[in-house]
Design a protein around this ligand. Structure first.
Ligand SMILES: [Zn+2]
Length: 211
């Protein structure tokens, strides 16, 4: 196995990083399938099928990183344990909403999932992360996992034209309790759902259920 010990001759590992942006999606199909409009990349898979990247609004991005250079930062929200989760927010003066969206802390919690998780945990999005006590953060810990698991089970969150790799539409929007419901009554207490902008992102909350 000289090859493996020989510096320079080592097989290099790479990671392919996909940012879907707003409207990007991956499609797995047979090579004879007609190429859709807005297809920006076609990758031949070892199975003979093709993986295609389709992105009408072009906010998505594809890149390749050498494994050694790749710094994902952040922890996987579905894998993180409670103790680690609690330390993520210790001493953070930023609003909890921004902390949830910070990919260097938690990976893959998007705007909708952050709002929905905060609602379930009863925490206002503007609260400074460091002022939230252990009990509330524990609620948030469970809420984030719950929301992501529900979203995965339902096939992703659909705002406009998001579809999964097989072209099916996501239906998570039917379950939104606060996101996109500005001015509508809270499903729990009937108070009017409010919208504020935090770090450039729309944030929705119930002024009564969330403190
Ligand atoms: Zn409410």
């Amino acid at each position: 196995m000289k090859q493996l010990t020989d510096k320079g001759a080592r097989p290099t590992r790479s990671q392919w990083i996909v940012h879907l942006g707003m409207t990007g999606r991956l499609q797995v199909c047979e090579p004879q399938t007609a190429v859709e409009k807005h297809t920006h990349a076609v990758i031949r898979l070892s199975s003979g099928r093709e993986l295609r990247f389709v992105d009408p609004r072009r906010f998505g991005r594809l890149s390749v990183a050498q494994a050694a250079d790749f710094e994902a930062g952040g922890v996987e929200p579905l894998e993180v344990d409670l103790d680690r989760f609690l330390t993520l927010f210790r001493g953070r003066k930023t609003p909890i909403k921004s902390a949830l969206l910070n990919q260097k802390l938690l990976r893959g919690v998007g705007n909708i999932y952050a709002d929905e998780s905060l609602f379930r945990a009863g925490i206002r999005p503007r609260r400074r992360a460091s002022t939230i006590n252990r009990e509330q953060l524990t609620k948030l810990f469970h809420a984030v996992k719950e929301v992501l698991q529900e979203a995965i089970a339902l096939g992703g969150s659909s705002i406009s034209d998001y579809v999964d790799a097989d072209g099916r539409e996501g239906f998570f929007q039917l379950q939104h309790r606060v996101y996109g419901r500005e001015g509508e009554p809270c499903l729990v207490c009937k108070a009017v759902i409010k919208r504020v902008v935090i770090a450039g992102r729309s944030s929705h909350y119930c002024p009564t259920c969330q403190r």
